[in-house]
Design a protein around this ligand. Sequence first.
Ligand code: KIV
Length: 294
Amino acid sequence: MSTIPSSAPTPTIERLPVSLPQLAEKKRLGEPIVMVTAYDYPSAVVAEQAGVDVVLVGDSGAMTVLGYPSTVPVTLDEMLMLARAARRGLRTPLLVADLPFGSFEGSNEQAIATAMRFVKEAGADAVKIEAVGVAAERARALVAAGIPVMGHVGLTPQTATALGGYRAQGRTAERAHDVAADALAFQDAGCFSVVFEAIPATVADLLMERMEIPVIGIGAGGATDGQVLVFHDLLGIRDGVGARFVKRYADVQAEMVAGVRAYAEDVRARRYPGPDHTYSIAPEELERFRTLLG
Ligand code: KIV
């Protein structure tokens, strides 16, 4: 029986920062893990307030907030700036940052130096790397250096050209086998989690039987341990239709255009600013000011 008098304020329950063991526990219990991307302070605050488990500063930010045509051109410094801004808006979710194309492939030393910058300069809890030939070796080196790593298999946008474009992967037995090999290599390398992007749900189902670490899906069906969507896709902060797997939960772009258009109309019609939007000065001060002006 509660002893709190009805007039007492409702106690707020502080959420503790999400940890890697908690994600493993969610997998064990079959509790879905929620991950979303964020690239700046306001999107991070939204993710925090919405109570997601993991925030990814994805290199999709190259396209969604920096306007590049793909994720390939984004630089390490640009990604660090996005990650630092997101960090400032977060207390609870685990913060994962994408290692951008060209920042880790060269050597284990390069990968460690890059990942360390995300941890030390941007406050990232972990980094994500996309599957390329050397990725599992890099992941192993990062884990050995004390940096938690999330792998990314299936459609890996950084190497989309080599994969034949932005299209679903693993749609032949051989290609599905390649995806499986990448996922298991990341798992063996000590990654704490792997993203499956754009692969048939039935392939993901089969693969899940082999995955001991939490798997976050995007376009991989419902059998994975969690889901991730790009912030701008799910909120509709973009033109055009997204990938097949995107579900839109809002149409924020239309709202923003309508808001700015209404503002422009008010300014042009001299409806804004109105009396409520101006500051006042005491009449005697105004009079003194008039005198000062001569
Ligand atoms: O960059 C990104 O947003 C991603 C997710 C799609 C997983 O890698």
